[in-house]
Design a protein around this ligand. Structure first.
Ligand SMILES: [Cu+2]
Length: 296
C-alpha cells in the first residue's frame, strides 16, 4: 500500500507541468486549453493530456512549434490591435492557490509566427513554421535569491528567474505587447517557457524520467489589426532551427554551489520593431537642410 507521502508525490508528478488555461487578448477574455483538449471559445492550441513538455531530443521536429498536441487549429482566432497586450495564465499545481505554474528555474520567451493566411488552415506539421522573437527574459542577477515560497527547492545564489517572477509576482500571468508595427494579418503568438531544473541531467531521474531542458510552447491564434500603418517586417527563423540537441544548448546550465552568474537565453535575438530609426534620420536630414536654407 502506498503511504500518504508517496501518494502526494505521485499526484504531484502526474500533473507537475501545466497548460495555458485562460488568455486576455486586447482586453477580451477567452478560455484557454484543458489537459488533453481545447475549449470552445478558445484561441489557444491544444496541450498534451499531462501538460507535459517537448523533450530536448524533439527540438528539431514540428512538435517544438506549438507542442505535440498543437499541430491542428482551434475554432477562435482572436482579434487584437497592433500595440495591444496579450496575457496568458499558466495553470499548474503549485502556488498559494495550488493552481500556479510550478517551475521557477527558466526563461520566458514570446515569438510571432505568420499563419500565411488563416490560422485555422495553418498546420504546424509541414516543417515551414517561421518566427521572430518579440520578448524574452531569463535570469536577473541584479535581484536577490527569492525565499523558498511555495516551490519545492531552490538553487543557491542570487538571481530572479523569469518563470519564478511570472508565477510568484504576477499570479502566474504573463503579459506581452504585440508590437505596434506588426503588419496586419493572422499570426500565432508562440509563447514559450523553458524549464531548466533538469537541464544538466539528460539521463533523467525517477521523478523526471526524461531529463534535459523542458520546452513548453503555447500558441495563440491572433488576427492582428494595424490601424497606424507603421509596419516593420522583421527577419524570421525556422522554428525547427531555434534549438540544437547538441551539448551547447542541451547542457544549458549546471547548478553551482554559489549559483550561476550568467544565463544566455537561447534562440534568436529579440527583433527591432521600432519604426522610429528611419523617420528620425529623415527628420534630422530635413532639419539640416532647413538650417542650410535649402528647399526641397
Ligand atoms: Cu513540469
Amino acid at each position: 500500500m502506498l503511504s500518504k507521502l508517496a501518494l502526494a508525490s505521485l499526484a504531484a508528478y502526474a500533473s507537475a507541468h501545466g497548460i495555458v488555461s485562460q488568455v486576455m487578448v486586447g482586453g477580451q477574455w477567452y478560455n484557454g486549453a484543458n489537459y488533453g483538449s481545447t475549449n470552445d471559445n478558445s484561441p489557444v492550441r491544444g496541450f498534451p493530456y499531462d501538460g507535459g513538455y517537448v523533450p530536448y531530443y524533439n527540438v528539431n521536429t514540428d512538435d517544438i512549434v506549438c507542442g505535440a498536441n498543437g499541430h491542428g487549429s482551434v475554432p477562435v482566432t482572436a482579434t487584437v490591435n497592433a500595440g495591444d497586450d496579450v496575457k496568458l495564465r499558466w495553470h499548474g499545481d503549485r502556488g498559494p492557490t495550488g493552481d500556479y505554474w510550478g517551475h521557477y528555474e527558466g526563461s520566458v520567451m514570446d515569438y510571432l509566427m505568420r499563419c500565411d493566411g488563416d490560422c485555422s488552415n495553418f498546420q504546424t506539421s509541414y516543417g515551414n513554421a517561421r518566427v521572430y522573437k518579440i520578448w524574452e527574459a531569463g535570469l536577473d542577477t541584479s535581484q536577490p535569491r527569492p525565499d523558498q515560497g511555495f516551490w519545492p527547492s531552490r538553487p543557491q545564489g542570487d538571481g530572479l528567474w523569469a518563470m519564478d517572477d511570472m508565477s510568484r509576482n504576477w499570479g502566474s500571468w504573463h503579459t506581452v505587447t504585440i508590437p505596434a508595427t506588426t503588419a496586419p494579418g493572422q499570426y500565432m503568438l508562440r509563447h514559450e517557457l523553458l524549464a531548466l531544473q533538469a537541464a544538466s541531467n539528460l539521463a533523467g531521474t525517477a521523478e523526471t524520467p526524461i531529463g534535459g531542458p523542458q520546452y513548453y510552447p503555447a500558441c495563440v491564434q491572433l488576427n492582428v489589426v494595424n490601424n497606424s500603418g507603421n509596419v516593420v517586417y522583421p527577419p524570421e527563423t525556422p522554428v525547427r532551427e531555434i534549438y540544437s540537441t547538441g551539448d551547447a544548448q542541451v547542457n544549458i546550465y549546471t547548478p553551482a554551489p554559489n549559483g550561476i552568474e550568467h544565463f544566455d537565453i537561447p534562440g534568436p535575438n529579440v527583433v527591432n520593431t521600432s519604426p522610429y530609426k528611419r523617420s528620425a534620420r529623415r527628420a534630422d536630414r530635413h532639419a539640416r537642410r532647413e538650417a542650410f536654407g535649402k528647399t526641397h
